[in-house]
Design a protein around this ligand. Structure first.
Ligand code: ATP
Length: 296
């Protein structure tokens, strides 16, 4: 279990992370989502003891990272896959880490196998693609057989096959009771992998819940032959209406309510369905606006 309570980080007059609180439960994969500069890395660095918080606390399995006796056996961390030494081979990298963690050397080969790097084990990391380095970083995180994984942008540089592979690995890890938090700046990249989302924008948490909760309650998506008249009819019927891409409307109402209001106004519909996260995507795009708008 990961617990973050009222965590803040200021750099001079700039607040990178602003009173952030959330928990990550065992048996789940939680996506920590936000646009570039939102404060994801800073939060994860505070969580893993690399950056001291200005205020607030972050604990892993009930203790601050610095208080964990052998942290790598409790939590596997990958914050920057590009930071691995380019002159060492993948196998040497993992053997070195095995020694530091006090796990048997054969664990290095097992993890290379688990992440699909056996054939590249004797290549220097400098020759690895970013996707291969991400795999090696995940292998290093798994080395100590931890129950918790913290991965910063692990899908970065991975091809679709790699992302699918990682999805299977993380979901399997969580299904065995593991706790996973992975950050991303792309909703589409993690939507199929995570079962919970913590969304950060401008240093603040702007949404937090299960994927189902966040995708539900997003209303109905409707398109009509005459979008202007349809919108007027729905507003007249008392529903909140928001335009989305391609002339569609997102309505805070059920599909039946929207259908009835359109029928009563004689409007022809060409599409009517649950908005299926369209609202979440809109929220996410809004986050790419200037941070001071979000802080307001
Ligand atoms: N060491 C630092 N000194 C000053 N400002 C910093 C420092 N580290 C981060 N920041 C600032 O804090 C804010 C949050 O940065 P952070 O790296 O946490 O964002 P992020 O969500 O991880 O973004 P990205 O996806 O680009 O990595 C940014 O405005 C960044 O410029």
């Amino acid at each position: 279990m990961i617990t973050v309570e009222n965590l803040s980080k200021r750099y001079g007059s700039h607040t990178a992370v602003n009173d952030v609180s959330f928990t990550v439960e065992p048996g789940s994969v939680t996506g920590f989502l936000g646009p570039n500069g939102a404060g994801k890395s800073t939060t994860l660095r505070m969580l893993t003891g690399l950056t001291p918080p200005t205020s607030g606390t972050a604990t892993i399995a009930g203790r601050r990272y610095a208080e964990l006796p052998n942290p790598g056996r409790v939590v596997g961390v990958m914050l920057d896959a590009a930071a691995q030494h380019p002159g060492r081979t993948g196998r040497e990298t993992l053997l070195l880490n095995s020694g530091l963690l006090g796990v048997p050397a054969k664990r290095a080969d097992e993890m290379l196998e688990a992440v699909g790097l056996t054939a590249a084990a004797k290549k220097r990391v400098g020759q690895y693609s970013l996707g291969m380095r991400q795999r090696l970083g995940i292998a290093a995180a798994l080395l100590g057989d931890p129950a918790i994984l913290i991965l910063d942008e692990p899908a970065n540089g991975m091809d679709p096959e790699g992302i699918r592979w990682m999805r299977g690995l993380l979901q399997d890890f969580a299904s065995r009771g593991g706790t996973v938090v992975l950050s991303s700046h792309l909703l589409g990249e993690v939507q199929a992998t995570v079962d919970r989302l913590v969304v950060i924008g401008g240093g603040r948490i702007v949404a937090n819940g299960s994927l189902g909760e966040l995708l539900a309650g997003q209303g109905t998506l409707v398109r009509g032959l005459d979008p202007v008249a349809l919108r007027a009819a729905l507003v007249a019927a008392g529903y909140a209406v928001e335009p989305v891409a391609d002339g569609g409307l997102r309505v805070e109402a059920t599909a039946e309510e929207v259908g009835r209001a359109a029928y009563a106004a004689g409007q022809i519909l060409i599409e009517l369905r649950d908005s299926d996260g369209a609202g979440l995507e809109d929220l996410f795009f809004q986050l790419t606006g200037p941070a001071d708008q979000l802080a307001a």
